[in-house]
Design a binder for this molecule. Structure first.
Ligand code: PEP
Length: 251
């Protein structure tokens, strides 16, 4: 059985004190949740302080990015080792905003995934097509390229901690959610690709989560889909009431 995971991507929002305040409220609101992995991803500067706030709770901490080295002359970068030192359990890799704004390639994303996994952290690999690619009937091709390129030569054993987030770019921060059927179709396609690249065991065990304007209103329908194992939530993860309802699949 795949344990559901709901992850909140706070992007470039919230100061250290605001992040701790939100984390404190979530710890209180979600103290009864033990059947779902709840993950929050604050900005780098707030990670250590939020890690302290989360101590003793089951909410886990993610970083929004990393650099695929341990340490050295890499000005401005942060490695998985240092993220682990700050208290992180997960790292988001290959978010579409980074692919688009910072020209991240699948090859670079592959290096990050490898480093995250060898450091002992869990990656959340984001893939997804733009509106134009969907309209040009290229969704499958894009997902195949990003998945194969991102995973590169990761072994089946290295896939154990992997979470894949299907995030259609046209649904991120736009208020447009994929329909339940559209999301399920893409998730099924990704699971079939995992079977082709690896085997049926990896395909069955890997958690594939949906991201793109997830809200309390649409989470229940998405979570009822056979191949949807959770959500990566942007905007709605900044509001304690909304995120708590999403974690409970409640309107
Ligand atoms: C995201 O940033 O990964 C995301 C899905 O954002 P939103 O929920 O705001 O669309």
């Amino acid at each position: 059985m795949r344990k559901p995971i709901i992850a909140g991507n706070w992007k470039l929002h919230k100061t250290i004190s605001e992040s701790c305040e939100l984390a404190t409220q979530l710890v209180a609101d979600l103290s009864d949740i033990d059947d779902i992995d709840v993950v929050i991803a604050p900005v780098f500067t707030a990670l250590s302080a939020v890690a302290e706030t989360l101590k003793g709770s089951s909410i886990q901490l993610a970083a929004q990015n990393c650099f695929p080295e341990t340490s050295g002359a890499f000005t401005g970068e942060v490695s998985p080792d240092f993220l682990q030192d700050a208290g992180c359990n997960y790292v988001i890799v290959g978010h579409s905003e980074r692919r688009q704004l910072l020209n991240e390639t699948d090859a670079f994303i592959n290096q990050k995934l490898l480093k995250v996994i060898t450091t002992g952290l869990k990656p959340i690999l984001c893939i997804g097509e733009t509106l134009q690619q969907r309209q040009n009937d290229q969704m499958q091709e894009v997902l195949r390229t990003q998945l194969k390129g991102g995973l590169g030569n990761l072994s089946a054993a290295q896939m154990a901690p992997m979470v894949i987030a299907y995030e259609p770019v046209w649904a991120i921060g736009t208020g447009k959610t994929a329909t339940n059927d559209q999301a399920q179709e893409a998730h099924r396609f990704i699971r079939n690709l995992l079977q082709q690249i690896y085997n049926s065991e990896i395909a069955a065990q890997t958690r594939i989560i949906y991201g793109g304007s997830v809200k309390p209103d649409n989470v229940a329908g998405l979570m009822q889909q056979e191949d949807i194992d959770g959500a990566l939530v942007g905007g709605a993860s900044l509001k304690v009431a909304d995120f708590s309802r999403i974690v409970r699949f409640e309107k």
